[in-house]
Design a protein around this ligand. Structure first.
Ligand code: ADP
Ligand code: MG
Ligand code: MG
Length: 881
C-alpha cells in the first residue's frame, strides 16, 4: 500500500484518498498552476495510524522520508539546515471540509540554528524571528494544546513595553526575547522543552492531525452533519512560501465571484507583509482585492487570469487562498465556494450563459429548498437581534407586528392599519381570517404540518410553530417566555426560516425575483416532463401561483370559502337547519357567493385547468367549539338564577339548542368520520349547490369570452359506487345549467385517491373517473393508520429521531408503503383507462424527494402551495435530468 503521494505524482486526484485540499493541490499542480511543492499522506494512513495505537508505522515513516528528500532535492534546501533551511506547513484536509479538526502549522522546521540560516539567506532577521515565534505559537497551541492566551499575553506585553504600533514593527531583537518567553511557557506547561529536532516536529504535527480526526469537536460536527466516521483525514506537507517577507509580499483570500450577490467580480481581501490567516484573524484591517490592482498590477493581472483558469477547470466559483512572496504569486488552496441562495442562482445562470456549464448542470447546482429564501423578505442579520425563544421553522420569511391572541382582534387591528402577529396555542380553521390579517403566525403547539404551518405556507406567510417555551394565556391576553411577559400590542418578530422569535422590530431586506431566477425557471420548464400546478382557494392566490409559473390549480379547497366571515353564519344556518326547507333556503343564499368564488378563480386561471374539490371536512368544523358552548351555557344558567329576564332566557334557549346540534354532530374520530363524499351522499343538496355554482360561473365566463377549464373532484372515495353516484349528480346539474344557458362544455369529473381501498380498486374507480388526484396527506394517514395531528404532536418526532422512520412521512412520501399504493393505483387506473390523468395534491407535491418519486411513477403533475411552485418546477427538472 502507498501511504504518501507527492502533489506532482498524482494522476487522478481522488478526494476520498487525498482529502479535498490534497486532491485540489495535486490537481492544480498537474495543470501547471503555481503551487508550492509538497505531498499528501492519505486518509488510509489516518486509519492505519489510529489502528496502530496512534503511531506512524515504519512504512509510513519511510515514505515520508522519501517525500521529504524529494522536496529537499527539488529546492536545494534541507529540513533543519543551519545555512539554508527548508520549511514546511502541515495542513489537515478531510474529504469533506470539516471545521473542528486540527489547524494548520506553518514554518515547521525552525529551531535556534535554522532560524539563523533563514535570517542570513533572506537577509531579513526580523522576518526570520517573526516566523520562528509564529511557529512556536502555532505548534504549541495546536499540537501541544497550550491555550493561545499565554502567547498573546507575552506578545502584548512586549509590544506595550517597546511601544510598537503593530506586529510588523517588532524588531528581530524583541522577537528573540518573545521567543525565549514562549519557550519558557512551553517548558512550564508541558514539563518538557519545545521539540527542536525538525523530524520530531514533523512527526508530532502529522500525528496531531491524524488524532484530531477523533477529537470531540470533530466528532460532534460529523454527527450533526451526518458525515461518516470512516472517512478519515489526510495530511498535507507543503513547502512554505512567505507573505511576511516585506512590502513586496502578502497573503489573502478571494472568491472568483461575489458569494453574496453572485455578481461576476473578484471579491476578497489581502494583507501586505502578513502570513497565513492574518487576514481572517482580524489583527489588521485587510484591503479589498481591487486595490491590489494599483499596488501590484502585474500580480493582480496574473491572479485574475488564474482565477479564470480555475473557474473554467472546476466549472464553478472558487474560493482561493493565495500568498505573494517577493513579487511571486502562489496558490495555496482552491475549492468550490459556499454562496447565498441568490448568488447560487445568478452564478449558475451566468456560468451556463458563458458556456462553462450546460443548462442541465446549472439546474442541478441548486438546492430547490434554497429558492424559498428568494421569495420572502429576509432578516438583515447585520442588525443585532434579541432572540427570546426558538420554535419550528414552519413557513419561511420574516415578519414583525404587535402581538394579538385572537383572530377577530387580529382582523380588527389589521383593518385599522396595524401590523399584527397572531399568537395562538394552535390554530383551527376558524382562525383563517386572523391568519390572513396577520403578518405572521406564532404557535406554541403543533408540528411542521399543523394547521397553522400548512395554512401559513400556503399563503406564503411566515410562521413559527411548536414554540413550547411560550406559555400562552389567551384568556388574560398575555404570554410568558422565561420571565419575560408579553401582552397584546407588544412588538415581536419571527423568522420562519429558522424558527427564531425576537423581541422588537427587525430590519428586513426585500426579496428580489431576479432575471437570473426567471431564466433558471424557464430552463427548468424546458427540461421537466412533470406538470406543476398550485393549491389555491382565492383569485389572489391563483394569480400569485400563475406568476410563479403554475400551469393550473390542482386543488381548490371549497371549505376555505365557507370560512370567510360573510359566509360562515349562512353555512352554520345550513348545517343547523332542522327542515329541508330551511336548508334549501340557506343553500340558495350560498349559491351566488360560491359562484363568485369560482368565477374569480376560473377567471384568474383563464385557459388553465382548475380542479375544484367539493366540500371535504366534517361539518362540526364550521360550528362553534363544544367546550365553549358548554361553558357559555353554564354561565347563562348562573346568570338566569340571579336575574330572570326574557333576554337571558332566550340566550340560554338558543345556546342549549346549538349545543345539542353540536353534540349530535360530534364525532369520536372526525378524520375517519362523516366527511368528503360521505357528506355528498347523505346531504346531496350541498354538493348540488357547489356543482351548480361551478357550472354557472363557467357558463358566464364562456359567455364573456373566457376559456374556463374547471374540473370537479370528489373527495374521500373508497368505493366506486360512491363516485358513480356523485358523478351522476354532478353530471345532471351540469346538463341542467347547460340547458338553461344553451351552451355545451366538457367538465372532467374525477376523484381523490386518499384511502387504501380506493388505490386497490383503482381499476373499478377509473370507470367513473376522468382523473385521479392523490391526496397524499390523507393517504398517508390512512395507510399508516396515524392521525396526523396526534402523530406529529406526540410520537412521530421520536420515531424520526430514533430512526424508527427515516423521515416524517407527512413531509416526504413514504415510498415503500404509501408510494406503493400510488403505483398500484396508477397502474390499475391506467390499465382501465389509458388516458386517465394522474396528479398529486397535498404537502408532498412541494417536497423535492417526493416530487422525484412522482416523476418516476409517471404521474402527470404535482400541485403545491403557490410559494412552492418554483421549488417544484426545479425539483421536477432535476428529477428529469
Ligand atoms: P484551513 O483549512 O483552516 O484553511 P489551511 O491548511 O488552508 O487551513 O491553512 C491556512 C492558511 O495557512 C492558508 O490559507 C495559508 O495562508 C497558510 N498556509 C498554509 N500552507 C502554507 C504554505 N505552504 N505556505 C504559506 N502559507 C501557507
Ligand atoms: Mg482555518
Ligand atoms: Mg484553507
Amino acid at each position: 500500500k502507498k501511504w504518501v503521494y507527492r502533489f506532482d505524482e498524482v494522476s487522478t486526484p481522488d478526494k476520498m484518498l487525498l482529502g479535498g485540499k490534497g486532491a485540489n493541490l495535486a490537481d492544480m499542480t498537474k495543470h501547471g498552476l503555481p503551487v508550492p511543492p509538497g505531498f499528501t499522506i492519505t486518509t488510509e494512513a489516518c486509519h492505519a495510524y489510529v489502528a496502530a495505537g496512534n503511531t506512524l508505522t515504519a512504512e509510513m515513516e519511510r515514505e515520508i522520508d522519501e517525500a521529504i528528500s524529494a522536496l529537499e532535492a527539488r529546492s536545494g534546501k534541507r529540513l533543519g539546515d543551519a545555512t539554508d533551511p527548508l520549511l514546511v506547513s502541515v495542513r489537515s484536509g478531510a474529504p469533506i471540509s470539516m471545521p473542528g479538526m486540527m489547524d494548520t502549522v506553518l514554518n515547521l522546521g525552525l529551531n535556534h540554528e535554522s532560524v539563523k540560516g533563514l535570517a542570513r539567506t533572506t537577509d531579513n532577521p526580523r522576518f526570520a524571528y517573526d516566523s520562528f515565534r509564529r511557529f512556536i505559537q502555532m505548534f504549541s497551541n495546536v499540537v501541544l494544546n497550550i491555550p493561545i492566551h499565554y502567547f498573546e499575553r507575552i506578545l502584548d506585553d512586549a509590544k506595550n513595553k517597546h511601544q510598537f504600533s503593530g506586529d510588523q514593527a517588532v524588531t528581530a531583537e524583541v522577537w528573540m526575547d518573545v521567543i525565549q518567553s514562549y519557550l519558557d511557557v512551553v517548558r512550564h506547561q508541558t514539563g518538557r522543552p519545545f521539540p527542536m529536532e525538525p523530524r520530531d516536529q514533523l512527526e508530532m504535527a502529522i500525528g496531531a492531525v491524524f488524532s484530531s480526526w477523533n477529537n470531540p469537536r470533530a466528532a460532534v460536527y460529523r454527527k450533526v452533519h451526518q458525515i461518516s466516521e470512516s472517512l478519515g483525514t489526510a495530511v498535507n506537507v507543503q513547502t512554505m512560501v512567505f507573505g511576511n517577507m516585506g512590502n513586496d509580499s502578502g497573503t489573502g483570500v478571494a472568491f472568483t465571484r461575489n458569494p453574496s450577490t453572485g455578481e461576476s467580480e473578484l471579491f476578497g481581501e489581502y494583507l501586505i507583509n502578513a502570513q497565513g490567516e492574518d487576514v481572517v484573524a482580524g489583527i489588521r484591517t485587510p484591503s479589498a482585492i481591487a486595490t491590489l490592482q494599483t499596488e501590484m498590477p502585474a500580480i493582480y493581472d496574473q491572479f485574475v487570469s488564474l482565477c479564470r483558469q480555475l473557474e473554467l477547470h472546476y466549472r464553478d466559483v472558487q474560493d482561493i487562498e493565495f500568498t505573494i512572496e517577493r513579487g511571486r504569486l502562489y496558490l495555496l488552496q482552491t475549492r468550490n465556494a459556499k454562496r447565498s441562495a441568490q448568488a447560487a442562482v445568478k452564478i449558475a445562470v451566468d456560468l451556463a450563459r458563458e458556456g462553462v456549464i450546460d443548462k442541465e448542470t446549472a439546474l442541478s447546482r441548486l438546492k430547490p429548498e434554497e429558492l424559498d429564501q428568494l421569495l420572502h423578505p429576509s432578516i438583515d442579520e447585520r442588525v443585532e437581534l434579541e432572540v427570546i425563544a426558538t420554535g419550528l421553522p414552519a413557513s419561511p420569511g420574516a415578519a414583525m407586528g404587535q402581538l394579538v391572541f385572537d383572530a377577530d382582534r387580529a382582523e380588527e387591528l389589521a383593518h385599522s392599519g396595524t401590523r399584527v402577529l397572531l399568537v395562538r396555542s394552535e390554530t383551527t380553521p376558524e382562525d383563517i381570517h386572523g391568519i390572513v390579517a396577520a403578518e405572521g403566525v406564532l404557535t406554541s403547539r403543533g408540528g411542521m404540518t399543523s394547521h397553522a404551518a400548512v395554512v401559513a405556507r400556503g399563503m406564503g406567510k411566515p410562521c413559527v410553530c411548536g414554540c413550547d417555551e411560550l406559555r400562552i394565556d389567551e384568556e388574560k391576553g398575555l404570554c410568558t417566555v422565561g420571565d419575560t411577559v408579553l401582552r397584546e400590542g407588544d412588538m415581536v418578530s419571527i423568522d420562519g426560516g429558522t424558527g427564531r422569535v425576537m423581541l422588537g422590530e427587525i430590519h428586513l431586506v426585500p426579496p428580489t425575483m431576479s432575471d437570473a431566477f426567471e431564466t433558471l425557471m424557464i430552463w427548468a420548464d424546458e427540461v421537466r416532463s412533470l406538470g406543476v400546478r398550485a393549491n389555491a382557494d382565492t383569485p389572489e392566490d391563483a394569480e400569485k401561483a400563475r406568476s410563479f409559473g403554475a400551469e393550473g390549480i390542482g386543488l381548490c379547497r371549497t371549505e376555505h370559502m365557507f370560512m370567510a366571515s360573510d359566509r360562515l353564519p349562512v353555512v352554520q344556518e345550513m348545517i343547523l337547519a332542522s327542515t329541508h326547507e330551511e336548508r334549501r333556503d340557506a343553500l340558495e343564499r350560498l349559491l351566488p357567493m360560491q359562484r363568485d368564488d369560482f368565477y374569480g378563480i376560473l377567471q384568474a386561471m383563464d385557459g388553465c385547468p382548475v380542479t375544484i374539490r367539493l366540500l371535504d371536512p366534517p361539518l362540526h368544523e364550521f360550528l362553534p367549539n363544544l367546550e365553549e358552548l358548554v361553558a357559555k351555557q353554564a354561565a347563562l344558567r348562573t346568570e338566569l338564577s340571579l336575574r330572570e329576564t326574557e333576554e337571558v332566557r332566550d340566550a340560554l334557549r338558543e345556546t342549549s339548542g346549538l349545543l345539542s346540534k353540536v353534540r349530535a354532530l360530534h364525532e369520536m374520530n372526525p378524520m375517519l368520520g362523516h366527511r368528503g363524499c360521505r357528506l355528498g351522499l347523505t346531504m346531496p343538496e350541498v354538493y348540488e349547490m357547489q356543482a351548480r355554482a361551478v357550472f354557472e360561473a363557467t357558463a358566464q365566463l364562456i359567455e364573456e369570452g373566457y376559456q374556463p377549464k374547471p374540473e370537479v373532484m370528489i373527495p374521500l372515495v373508497g368505493h366506486v359506487e360512491e363516485l358513480r353516484r356523485m358523478r351522476e349528480l354532478v353530471e345532471r346539474v351540469c346538463k341542467e345549467v347547460q340547458a338553461v344557458r344553451t351552451l355545451t362544455f366538457q367538465v372532467p369529473i374525477g376523484t381523490m385517491i386518499e384511502v387504501p381501498r380506493a388505490a386497490l380498486t383503482a381499476d373499478e374507480i377509473a370507470h367513473s373517473a376522468d382523473f385521479f388526484s392523490f391526496g397524499t396527506n390523507d393517504l398517508t394517514q390512512t395507510t399508516f393508520g396515524y392521525s396526523r395531528d396526534d402523530a406529529e404532536g406526540k410520537f412521530l418526532h421520536t420515531y424520526v429521531e430514533s430512526k424508527v422512520l427515516q423521515a416524517n412521512p407527512f413531509a416526504t412520501i413514504d415510498v415503500d408503503g404509501v408510494g406503493q399504493l400510488v403505483r398500484i393505483a396508477s397502474a390499475r387506473g391506467r390499465a382501465e383507462k389509458p388516458k386517465l390523468k394522474l396528479g398529486v395534491c397535498g404537502e408532498h407535491g412541494g417536497d423535492k424527494a417526493s416530487i422525484s418519486f412522482f416523476h418516476q411513477s409517471g404521474l402527470d403533475y404535482v400541485s403545491c402551495s403557490p410559494y412552492r411552485v418554483p421549488l417544484a418546477r426545479l425539483s421536477a427538472a432535476q428529477a428529469a435530468i
